[in-house]
Write a protein that binds this ligand. Structure first.
Ligand code: NAP
Ligand code: MG
Length: 482
């Protein structure tokens, strides 16, 4: 337990200006939605209502797709890559200039700690725009389908989740624009505010109207984008269940798709790993962003000879995590994003207990209002337990053990997913051997949850298909492949 208390270090929310209600961003301006009732977005750490958000109807989605098509035909597809790049550089710089505003807004709307929005989400979002700005005039040399003249798809429909709202937007928008597509994007129902602020950034950057359109709403709005005949390609990040529905919906159409779905990443610890550094890495792997991370290291596979000692040190470290007000700069673990997600986590944790795994939580005090879950560790987990197979998407770690590298590989790959994995060992040769055997899109060695726009990210099996980031990520946005 901590031996001293920290003084409160609250970030100021005065740097953001939240309107009481928002329209849809179509054709370069905010317009009212037709007909349907607005919904509210709340701050999950206090349950305070932040704003009324419009729900886009299929008719509104149609207007957005038409605006995107017009902008594509008249302006964006005719513009040189160098000129498109200038817009992307401009957007990247504005994101940096307004970084504090974005960080505070994201923390309020999502519940994640300000330390993370400030140091991870927002800088990485800007980095994605800078990186793709650099590609816009060099696509002919990128070895893409289409060779020296890679062609965009046209109008892209993009649907993103709530766990990294601005960052997922950047992963989607930056490569689409760099390659010459226009787009219609839907943020998640619980976290629309940074996407709406991004719409203002597009205005500030003088981006031609209709190149970026942002429509808010819930699943039905996402479905309307997927089903719209004017959409040439879908880029989706979210759950495997919805990803499968999308794959079915577009089967037999000319639409292309990339699907970034769920995961159940294995973090594999050998007995020669430096134990304290590894504990830090394992904590970062699963408790970063409340565990709302598709590539989280949610299964710890630890070599049997050190399992007891490792689990003890891990629990001691988790006892020092500061859980609470996400606007406090010292907070490590913030609020769960929604009541629905809290209910899902609670239900899966119950099955863990019922199936016989041994449950431990940090016992920390939790605020009275809002949605919270204590950092939790299950040990004695069997491969058949639901908590070893299903994505919990919360601050819950399942610990399994292994004796040999071969057993570690077999257990790590024993999941319908294949998004990420981590290896902790001093032996370089073992890292290379393991990385070769693991069916995961990303394998980290002696680190975890490191992201960089130059590095492709994506899954195997039920974690989806297609890559985002790096040169590979550009391929999904040009004709001829995927
Ligand atoms: P989700 O329910 O699949 O939602 C993702 C997005 O799809 C949201 O904008 C959602 O709208 C929308 N949507 C829901 N139903 C739809 C439909 N029938 N047609 C089209 N769009 C629809 O996922 P989630 O629970 O919010 O997000 C967590 C999941 O995302 C986890 O499984 C996680 O692993 C995955 N994820 C993957 C990656 C990756 O890169 N692989 C990254 C982050 C998250 P509303 O939210 O407004 O209802
Ligand atoms: Mg919200």
């Amino acid at each position: 337990m901590p031996t001293f208390e920290y003084a409160p270090a609250p970030e100021s929310r005065a740097v953001v200006d939240i309107a009481s209600s928002y329209g849809l961003f179509i054709g370069g301006e905010f317009v009212e939605a037709t007909g349907t009732k607005p919904f509210k977005t709340i701050s999950p750490s206090t349950e305070e209502v932040l704003a009324d958000i419009s729900e886009a109807s299929p008719g509104d989605v149609d207007a957005a797709v038409k605006a995107a098509r017009t902008a594509y035909t008249r302006v964006w597809s005719r513009m040189s890559g160098a000129d498109r790049g200038k817009y992307l550089f401009r957007i990247a710089r504005i994101l940096q200039e307004r970084a504090r505003e974005f960080a505070v807004l994201e923390t309020l709307d999502n519940g994640k700690p300000i330390k993370e929005t400030r140091d991870v989400d927002v800088p990485l979002a800007a980095a994605h725009f800078f990186y793709h700005a650099g590609w816009a005039d060099k696509l002919a040399y990128a070895g893409l389908p289409g060779g020296t003249d890679p062609r965009p798809h046209g109008v892209v429909g993009q649907v993103i989740p709530w766990n990294f709202p601005l960052l997922m937007l950047a992963w989607k928008v930056a490569p689409a624009l760099a390659t010459g597509n226009t787009l219609v994007l839907k943020p998640a129902e619980t976290t629309p505010l940074t996407a709406l602020l991004f719409a203002e950034v597009c205005q500030q950057a003088d981006l031609p109207p209709g190149v970026v359109n942002i429509v808010t709403g819930a699943g039905a709005t996402g479905q309307a984008i997927v089903d719209h005949p004017g959409i040439d390609k879908i880029a989706f990040t979210g759950s495997t269940g919805v990803g499968k529905m999308i794959a079915r919906a577009i089967a037999g159409t000319r639409k292309k798709a990339t699907l970034e779905l769920g995961g159940k990443g294995a973090n594999i610890v050998f007995d020669d790993a430096p134990i304290d550094q590894t504990v830090e890495g394992v904590v970062r792997g699963i408790f970063f962003n409340q565990g709302h991370v598709c590539c989280a290291g949610s299964r710890l596979l630890v070599q049997e000879s050190i399992a007891e000692e490792f689990t003890k040190r891990l629990q001691r470290r988790l006892g020092t995590l500061r859980v609470g007000d996400p606007m406090d700069k010292n907070t490590d673990v913030g609020a769960i994003n929604s009541r629905a997600q809290l209910d899902r986590i609670t239900a899966l944790v119950e099955t863990g207990r019922a199936e016989g795994a041994s449950h431990w939580d940090s016992g920390c005090a939790l605020p009275d209002k809002g949605f919270w879950f204590r950092p939790t560790v299950f040990s004695g987990v069997a491969q058949t337990h639901r908590i070893a197979q299903e994505e919990i998407f919360g601050p819950v770690l399942s610990v399994l053990t292994f004796r040999t590298p071969g057993e570690a590989v077999a257990k790590a790959n024993n999941t319908p997913y294949g998004l990420s994995a981590g290896i902790w060992t001093e032996k370089g040769s073992r890292i290379l051997w393991m990385a070769d055997q693991l069916k995961a899109g990303v394998v980290w060695a002696n680190t975890f949850n490191q992201f960089d726009p130059t590095s492709p990210f994506g899954g195997y099996k039920e974690s989806g298909y297609g890559r985002e980031g790096g040169r590979h990520g550009l391929e999904a946005y040009v004709k001829g492949e995927i």
